[in-house]
Design a protein around this ligand. Structure first.
Ligand SMILES: [Mn+2]
Length: 263
């Protein structure tokens, strides 16, 4: 029996060039189902086009932290960049983003998978790769945000822009998809392919594959410049060099980065 495949993408962040490269790779492999773990907008210049593309192409779309705070059209931001990204969005897109579900659960090869953006409690609570045991276990718990349902045995999330895979002795599996549009350290867009028997409670082979897709980052920067996006230098450092913008002006306070590096 041929196994089912689902592509998981996350944190596109307005980087349409990276999104199109990843979608072409997914299409090229003949994968039809795509689930998106959130953060469509902000940081990159084409949030509006990214939202439309994901709405049309992804079967599941989940809420991210940027999708939660940015499309509040009644809110005025102090930052010029935040105002610029907010102004990009149409009203119907703002409504669509803010109404996205918090998580999505399904069975595959006897495993119960739960996907959300950042953690089981909130899209605004970040769990980095170097979390402790309590944070690990918290990812598999039911919370007011996830609702009551069967507990997951596999949890996939995004938000940190930093992919990883981890298993404990109870066979609980935690993975992070990394980011399509704003990948840290290695700025090459990354996404995940899950393979197994979809919807099945029976144990069967199950795989989690990380795929890196090179793309034309210079064309993406040119688009950002053409559109007059603020914070172009910061965007350049992220998508060309994989260095998070918060790290430049904030020594010792990297938000996404794995470890401070001596560079
Ligand atoms: Mn993000």
């Amino acid at each position: 029996m041929p196994l089912d495949r689902i592509a998981l993408i996350s944190d596109v962040h307005g980087n349409l060039t990276a999104l199109e490269a990843v979608l072409a790779d997914i299409d090229g492999r003949g994968i039809e189902r795509i689930f998106n773990l959130g953060d469509y907008v902000g940081k990159g210049p084409r949030g509006q086009a990214v939202v439309d593309r994901c709405r049309e192409r992804c079967e599941v779309n989940i809420l991210g932290n940027w999708d939660d705070f940015l499309p509040d059209l009644s809110r005025t931001f102090d930052s010029e960049a935040l105002r610029w990204w907010q102004a990009e969005l149409r009203e119907d897109q703002a409504e669509w983003l803010r109404a996205l579900p918090f998580c999505h659960d399904f069975l595959i090869s006897g495993r119960r998978v739960r996907l959300f953006h950042a953690s089981a409690t909130s899209v605004h609570r970040r769990v980095r790769f170097d979390h402790d045991e309590e944070e690990f276990l918290g990812m598999f718990a039911n919370t007011p945000a996830t609702g009551d349902g069967p507990l997951p045995t596999v949890v996939g999330y995004g938000d940190t822009h930093d992919p990883f895979y981890e298993v404990d002795r109870q066979r609980r599996t935690l993975f992070n998809t990394g980011s399509v549009g704003n990948s840290m350290d290695d700025p090459t867009p990354v996404y995940v392919i899950l393979e197994g028997v979809f919807g099945s409670e029976q144990d069967a082979p199950f795989s989690i594959q990380f795929v890196r897709v090179p793309y034309d980052w210079a064309a993406e920067l040119a688009a950002a410049e053409r559109l007059g996006m603020p914070e172009l230098d910061a965007y350049t450092s992220e998508i060309r060099d994989g260095i998070y913008r918060g790290e430049m002006g904030r020594p010792g306070g990297p938000e996404y980065h794995r470890r401070p590096r001596a560079v």
